[in-house]
Design a protein around this ligand. Structure first.
Ligand code: DGJ
Length: 734
């Protein structure tokens, strides 16, 4: 069987313009630089062929000097293992390991020494370095893989573990990456959350010992913690200054990230699948490929690092990241489960009236014996509810097409309600302990995606929707439950494979879906932002940040996601949460993929006019928002108003969003906001847009300023309690 990893190598070889072995060797010391445009990670063998990580940071001008780095450090490390490039356990290493195994003969020791390395150039930008490490005492090897995106300064790192012992080896721990960072102190910015409060940041100095961020929820894995984080080195980085590493797991199931300040005061970072309850049995000749750990680094602050990651994601990761998106009207908040064909036909007309591209039918359209009229029944029975939709989805798609709008649909295919035909027909497809009471999360259980038959079934849900409705133009894929009582009837004796094989099964389904429907826009949703990671996002065009659409809250939530994910992937819907006027709600939703989830017929004439005007403006500016460079200007955490902007690649156009986030007396923008990313030589007309009909802007009609002025002095958007959100458009003028 050719595994995904081998296929990758094979295709790389086909594409490769060259395949070569490089590295600097001196007296048996081999130095392997892993370089991107601005950065370098330097690996080096010691006299015993142990592979060490000796440098991580900005590239050196003279690459010959990489060999000189290690000898400059006199930090004591008697064990000599703290900076292992992939720390084994059970032999001479006493530090937190990257890998732990039980060999076929029951022995638990592992040593890994350098054997060789190969660099495959995939194209001008992308290379894959594979380093093979072997245990001298056992026929056991690990391939460390570093896929570098040169221009973007991004690296994806993973490991491929294999053995040819006489029997099964148990992998007790299997990290994707093990980095060693040196610095004068390290600050971790991490994210915790819950339903409706995703991506809550905390930043603190790392002290000695191990700090762990992990999840054990199985599905909806990011509910309480995201795997995305930042590490500032030497001092806390700011938006434009300081050294900062961004990291995240490309994995949608359980992850674990350990941050250890070691006895030498350096940072050992170990990231991978969470090994909790996940011992993996590996037969001889089988490969265990870990998901990738993703990282980028900048010595110019958090803004630069985040633009690198956003650019990389658009170009290489999310589906159609450099393409367009649709605007839409969703019906979740306006109807919940309470709708029928007539009501939906009315909503299709409203979609047209509002002027968006697509109508997205949410939860509640399926189930007959167990109708989906609330969240306690129907999941698993993906047939149209005959009472609500006597003529099926097909007639709605037809009607939408006749109305000149597209049609999309919500599914939650990984899940099942006990009140469903599916549950009764296939109890063995459900994850639950055979001899314990069931425990539900939102009245539902998780289907066993380790089972290939269940994978076929889940793929079939999506496939048959498209086969029956070829004009279907959008899918919202939801996932609302965590895994309780983890047990799979399919896995039998390999129960500890469940979390890992679930993640792999999920990706199998998604990969099949994308192979057949490569470009259809699909939203990755998980009861809000319970699953936002690049492992899943490689199959999706966008994600749902949070069910919390209260616009003030969204300013903060979207702000924090924006460090790691590009605006084009952020689904921002205008809803009735909160008391802010329609303008504020639309202005906030415009900084991403814009949608609505409101009762259009309840909008006043003035509000509907405003939406039309805003949609026109969005149409003009969407290319900059989706594909331009994003600059965070004033943080909502430290100011009365939050400001951020997007600039196009030729720096001829920009848009600046400003939102009041403080309701106290006399709050507002007292000082100009210094813009970023403009051309100092160019002149820009600064114009306020998204105004109610007849409203006059207090910044004037004909403000023309140079990029130089706008970046050194700035512009005051005049945000105050009477102008709670202000959008400025900048156009180059002669
Ligand atoms: C949770 C999602 O986050 C919501 O947007 C909505 O689709 C509901 N599920 C439907 O049950």
């Amino acid at each position: 069987m050719i595994t995904a990893y081998k296929k990758h190598i094979v295709s790389a070889l086909v594409l490769a313009s060259s395949l070569f072995i490089t590295g600097v060797a001196s007296a048996q010391i081999i130095t392997i630089p892993v370089e991107t445009q601005h950065n370098a990670l330097i690996l080096q063998t010691d006299a015993d062929k142990n592979l060490k990580m000796v440098y991580f940071g900005t590239r050196l001008s003279n690459t010959d000097e990489y060999t000189q780095i290690q000898k400059m450090y006199k930090q004591s490390d008697d064990s000599g293992v703290l900076n292992d490039a992939y720390t084994p356990s059970g032999s001479t290493n006493l530090a937190e390991p990257a890998i732990t195994v039980i060999h076929a003969d029951g022995n638990t020791s592992l040593n890994l020494v350098y054997v060789n390395h190969v660099i495959t150039k995939i194209d001008d930008d992308v290379s894959l370095l594979t380093i093979t490490l072997k245990d001298p005492a056992y026929d056991f090897e690990v391939n460390l893989c570093y896929k570098t995106f040169f221009k973007e300064d991004v690296t994806e790192q993973w490991s491929v573990i294999e053995h040819h012992e006489k029997g099964t080896v148990t992998l007790s721990k299997f990290a994707s990456a093990n980095l060693y960072l040196k610095g004068d102190g390290f600050w971790l910015k991490q994210y915790h959350g819950n339903w409706a409060s995703e991506m809550q940041p905390e930043e603190s100095k790392l002290m000695h010992g191990i700090k762990t961020i992990d999840t054990k929820l199985g599905t909806r894995a990011d509910l309480y913690a995201s795997s995305a984080f930042m590490i500032s080195m030497d001092k806390p980085a700011t938006e434009d200054e300081g050294k900062v590493l961004y990291g995240a797991m490309e994995w949608s199931a359980n992850f674990k990230e350990d941050f250890e300040i070691d006895p030498a005061n350096n940072l050992r970072l170990i990231a991978g699948i969470n090994n909790a309850a996940s011992a993996y049995h590996l037969k001889p000749g089988e490969e265990f490929t870990t998901p990738a750990f993703l990282y980028t680094y900048s010595d110019h602050g958090k803004g630069d690092a985040s633009r690198k990651l956003q650019g990389w994601a658009r170009k290489y990761k999310i589906v159609d990241g450099e393409g367009p998106r649709v605007t839409l009207l969703n019906n979740w908040e306006s109807t919940y489960f309470d709708f029928n064909e007539d009501k939906l036909k009315e909503l299709l007309k409203n979609t047209k009236k509002l002027g968006v591209d697509l109508f997205l039918l949410d939860d509640g359209w399926f189930g007959n014996k167990y109708p989906r009229n609330s969240d306690n029944a129907g999941l698993g029975d993906w047939q149209e509810n005959r009472k609500k939709l006597p003529n099926g989805i097909g007639s709605l798609v037809k009607e939408a097409t006749a109305d000149g709008v597209k049609f999309g649909i919500w599914i939650e295919p990984e899940m099942v309600n006990p009140a469903s035909d599916l549950y009764h027909k296939h109890p063995d497809w459900v994850i639950k302990q055979p001899n314990r009471p069931e425990k539900y999360f939102r009245n539902q259980l998780v289907l066993d995606l380790t089972n290939p038959k269940v994978q076929d079934y889940v793929f079939g849900i999506v496939d048959s929707l498209f086969i029956k409705n070829p004009a279907l133009a959008y899918i919202k894929w939801d996932c609302n439950a965590v895994i309780y009582n983890a047990y799979s009837s399919y896995l039998k004796k390999d129960q500890s494979h469940l979390y890992i094989d679930y993640g792999r099964g999920l990706y199998n389904v998604m990969a099949r879906m994308r192979a057949k429907y490569p470009k259809v826009p699909m939203m990755l949703c998980s009861g809000g932002g319970g699953r936002v990671d690049y492992g899943a996002l490689q199959y999706f065009t966008e994600y749902w940040p949070s069910d919390n659409t209260e616009p003030l809250e969204r300013v903060y939530i979207q702000w924090e996601y924006s460090y790691f994910f590009p605006a084009i992937a952020s689904s921002n819907h205008v809803t009735n949460w909160g008391k802010e006027p329609i303008k504020y709600r639309v202005d906030v939703a415009m900084m991403g993929r814009l949608g609505f989830d409101i009762v259009v017929s309840k909008l006043s004439g003035q509000e509907l006019d405003f939406c039309h005007q805003a949609l026109k403006n969005y149409d003009n500016l969407k290319d900059i928002i989706w594909h331009g460079d994003q600059y965070r200007l004033h943080s909502p955490w430290d100011n009365d108003a939050a400001s951020l902007m997007y600039v196009n690649s030729s720096r001829s156009q920009a848009v600046v969003f400003n939102y009041l986030v403080n309701n106290r007396y006399n709050s507002g923008t007292k000082v100009p906001i210094r813009l970023k990313g403009l051309d100092p030589q160019k002149k820009y007309q600064v114009k306020e847009i998204n105004l109610y009909a007849g409203a006059k802007s207090s910044i004037g009609d004909n403000l023309v300023l140079t990029g130089d002025f706008l970046m050194k002095v700035g512009v005051n958007p005049d945000v105050n309690e009477g102008r709670t959100s202000v959008v400025l458009q900048l156009d180059e003028v002669e």
